[in-house]
Design a protein around this ligand. Structure first.
Ligand code: LMR
Length: 404
């Protein structure tokens, strides 16, 4: 048995974590997975999460019963408000469906599965993904029989947005195509459209009647402001665009391993929302029955308590602020101190957890092999892996590989 099972390669992101852990070199640096680290390179339990933990420990009503199939209601309701905005027409008109999911990956999967089953496809089941995108998107859609295609997004010449190429794909894709858009802090490039560019994107999406599949894994990480980072999603909802949103609290609450996320489907009417909800409940039941309770309880406490919510915003500023400081320092080291050939302004122009450095696969491999610096071969670095102690080591080695 199993003689015919082909050997799959290890996951390109998580294999870096494993290789880094196994490496005994003292100055090793992990810039692979997008997980926040403090200035001592330690995972950071947010102070607000510690407080919420204390409340939960003391709460005599906490038990280990099943959550409802669609999740903890005080969590999903608050999570919807956080992303769609408390004044969202979709919430006012009770036409948003919110389901608790196994983090952002689970939201992507459930959203994709739902579309695969129920979207009225005019032709083959296809989704347009940005080129590049989070590598996992490809297999998530393939798993449910939706073929991924790509649209131009990143321009290596400018290390910025290929705006014209992007618009062109929106214009030429057949009407009612499904486009996956990163709501903010694009992974892996750190390049987001401006508000004016989003407006134009929305115009064409409406004209062509495309369906938008928003992935929002980094709310708060792009600008440090939760509302600002939800701008594109809220704007698209206001424009009446058909869409769904995948949400994750892995990064912005540091709850990676608790797998707390949500899928929000914005339907045109309450009646449509009721039908969508009923089918999502059937899908969820067959896949996971009931979502896990712990992370949802933590987030529900934080979102529904004014003082915890304020504290959370401060914690997000701590994380995004440290990342911005690292961007500035890396930029200074490369462009001023080491005078590394090339223009490094993209390091400070890109936002969110990642920077797309522009180094190629050979240079990236050289960084790993010669300097024990772990990054994906597309040149993406997780800015959170840099700190005041290792940034010079990284910059000097980057300088070396760039000079060849
Ligand atoms: C990443 O892109 O590094 C993160 O989103 C972690 C993951 O699940 O890949």
């Amino acid at each position: 048995t199993w003689d015919t099972v082909p050997l799959a390669p290890p996951d390109s992101i998580f294999q870096l974590t494993a290789a880094y852990k196994a490496d005994p070199f003292p100055q090793k640096v992990n810039l692979g997975v997008g997980a926040y680290r403090d200035d001592d390179n330690k995972p950071w339990v947010l102070p607000v999460v510690k407080k919420a933990n204390e409340f939960l420990l003391q709460d005599p009503n906490v038990d280990h019963e099943y959550l409802p199939i669609l999740g903890l209601p005080e969590y999903t309701t608050a999570a919807a408000k956080l992303i769609l905005g408390p004044e969202s027409p979709a919430l006012r008109e009770t036409r948003a469906v919110s389901v608790q999911t196994i983090s952002g990956t689970g939201a992507n999967h459930l959203g994709a599965l739902f579309l695969s089953r129920f979207y009225t496809w005019d032709g083959p089941k296809q989704v347009y993904l940005s080129n590049p995108t989070w590598i996992n998107h490809f297999q998530i859609f393939r798993n449910v029989g939706i073929e991924p295609l790509t649209y131009p997004y990143y321009d290596p010449k400018t290390i910025g947005l290929d705006y014209e190429g992007f618009l062109d794909s929106l214009r030429t894709a057949s009407p009612r195509s499904v486009f996956l858009l990163h709501a903010c802090a694009h992974n892996p490039t750190g390049v987001d459209p401006t508000k004016e560019q989003w407006e134009k994107i929305a115009d064409i999406v409406l004209e062509r009647k495309h369906y938008v599949f928003f992935d929002c894994a980094y709310q708060g990480f792009a600008s440090g402001d939760l509302d600002n980072d939800a701008w594109a999603v809220r704007y698209f909802v206001e424009r009446g665009i058909s869409l769904l949103v995948c949400q994750s609290f892995a990064k912005n609450a540091g709850l990676y391993g608790e797998r707390v996320g949500a899928l929000h489907v914005v339907a045109p009417t309450k009646q449509a929302a009721d039908r969508v909800r009923s089918q999502l409940a059937v899908l969820q039941r067959s896949e996971i029955s009931n979502p896990p309770a712990y992370g949802a309880r933590v987030i529900a406490l934080i979102l529904n308590d004014a003082s915890l919510f304020e504290q959370w915003k401060e914690d997000i500023k701590t994380m995004s602020g440290r990342i911005i400081a690292m961007r500035k320092e890396l930029h200074r080291l490369l462009s001023e101190e080491l005078k590394t050939p090339g223009n490094w302004d993209h390091i400070i122009n890109q936002i969110g957890m990642f920077s797309f450095t522009g180094v190629n696969a050979t240079q990236s491999k050289a960084l790993t092999e010669k300097a024990h610096i772990y990054l994906t071969t597309n040149g993406r670095i997780s800015m959170a892996g840099l700190n005041t102690k290792n940034i010079r080591y990284f910059a000097e080695n980057l300088d070396k590989v760039v000079r060849g």
